[in-house]
Design a protein around this ligand. Structure first.
Ligand code: DSN
Length: 426
């Protein structure tokens, strides 16, 4: 076989082998179900479709259209809304669609600050700034790791944004949308909720219900707590046809041409599975996160929002500045096959030297882990970061823990290895 092919195959195989022995704890990732993975390999991935089912610019979409209509129906049922646009190819692309649909250069948007956990697309140097949006950040209550409600309401009344944007990548607690509703109504702003991290929790009836709490539009990715393919989604329950049309035009032709039809089909599988298993899954994800927060705290980690139960989502944030800082600690974890990421915390000024590490329980839960395993996970993390044990030694025990948790749960056909090696050609 050509040397390049052999090289790529070997690296991918090594990655699979590594991840089958690791604790995948990055809060923005997950593992898809075997059925969804199969759809990713379909011929849909080789085709083009632009526009909407029945109104395409290409021939050959007869069955693609049938699938897309069904995926939209499933999304609207799962999220209880009138509009589900399943064409954004990622959460960031869904965000771009909102920038094009709702904001002009020079418009004011309020949003969470980057150091308070916001997504990079809302930053001045990210998509928001590049669109020319004048971005004003909310005040933040560091103790609660959430918005300062009174200050945020005051800010909205003061700057009267065209769009009030919410949502975080360090998303520990529900956004106080209900509490801010009067401010939204008085100023007439549009309310945009980036729910990328918590889509599976929302769909599973956990965390919060933004469309019933004042959000006009939700954007999200479909592969974090919603354990689907890497893709995006845009939702609204607005009855305002003009507004909905603007959003859809923001998606296509705004920021998407072909919308990665294999991922769209795989998303349909994920949505159907989440309708069946999502409630149990989301509840266990949150129980695991709370249990992990408590266990890490008891082992000496400085887990944020201690007085508020650490989290109500899948995610936790730890201040590891006294243990060497986020970069050093996450690297040591990686050497022990505990996969996390360094993260800015509210008081950090340098993204090169963040003091935090962020973790999530959504993938460990998908692999079947429960509260008892969270105790073990915390113990392994403490051995690396607090007791400073040699990481490769800890890695052996990480692999031991993973041995019993290597298959995908909360899906049709549970029990298939999470890192099954697909051998199509031999
Ligand atoms: N911001 C990334 C994260 O939360 O990891 C996802 O886009």
């Amino acid at each position: 076989m050509d040397e390049h092919l052999a090289f790529i195959e070997e690296q991918v195989d090594r990655h699979h082998e590594w991840f089958s022995k690791s604790l995948p704890m990055i809060a923005s990732e997950n593992v898809i179900s075997p059925l969804a993975r199969e759809r990713l390999l379909s011929d849909f991935g080789d085709r083009y479709a632009e526009g909407l089912p029945g109104e395409r610019y290409y021939q050959g979409n007869v069955f693609v259209d049938e699938v897309e209509r069904r995926v939209v129906t499933l999304a609207e049922k799962l999220f209880r809304c009138r509009l589900a646009d399943v064409r954004p190819i990622s959460g960031t692309v869904a965000n771009l669609a909102v920038y094009y649909a709702l904001l002009e250069p020079g418009d004011i948007m309020t949003s969470v600050a980057l150091s308070h956990g916001a997504h990079i697309s809302s930053a001045k140097f990210g998509a928001a700034g590049m669109r020319g949006v004048n971005n004003v950040n909310y005040p933040f209550d560091v103790d609660r790791m959430n918005l300062d409600v009174d200050g945020t309401a005051r800010l909205i009344r003061q700057v009267r944004p065209k769009v009030a944007a919410f949502g975080q990548s360090v998303f520990l607690f529900p956004t106080p949308l209900k509490e801010l509703r009067d401010a939204f109504q008085e100023t007439g702003c549009r309310v945009w909720y980036d729910g990328a991290h918590v889509m599976g929790l929302i769909a599973g009836g956990q965390f919060q219900d933004p469309l019933r709490e004042g959000a006009d539009v939700i954007t999200g990715s479909t592969h974090k707590t919603l354990p689907g393919p890497q893709h995006g989604i845009l939702l609204s329950d607005s009855g305002d046809e003009k507004f909905v049309k603007r959003l859809m035009k923001g998606v296509f032709p705004g920021v998407v041409s072909n919308h990665h039809l294999h991922a769209m089909a795989a998303l349909g599988v994920t949505l159907a599975e989440h309708l069946e298993f999502g409630r149990d899954y989301a509840a266990q994800v949150v129980r695991n996160a709370k249990a992990l927060g408590q266990a890490l705290h008891e082992r000496g980690f400085k887990v944020l929002a201690e007085k508020h139960g650490f989290t109500e989502s899948h995610a936790l944030a730890m201040d590891v500045s006294a243990l060497g800082g986020g970069a050093q600690v996450s690297l040591a974890f990686e050497k022990a096959n505990i996969i996390t990421n360094k993260n800015l915390l509210p008081w950090d000024t340098s993204s090169l030297r963040p003091s935090g590490v962020r973790v999530g329980t959504q993938e460990l839960t998908r692999l079947g882990m429960r509260e008892a395993q969270m105790q073990e996970v915390a113990g392994l993390m403490a051995r690396v970061a607090i007791k400073k044990e040699d990481p490769p030694r800890v890695a052996k025990d990480v692999a031991g823990l993973r041995r019993d948790f290597n298959t995908v749960h909360y899906c049709f056909h549970p029990g298939v290895p999470a890192h099954a090696r697909l051998r199509l050609f031999r």
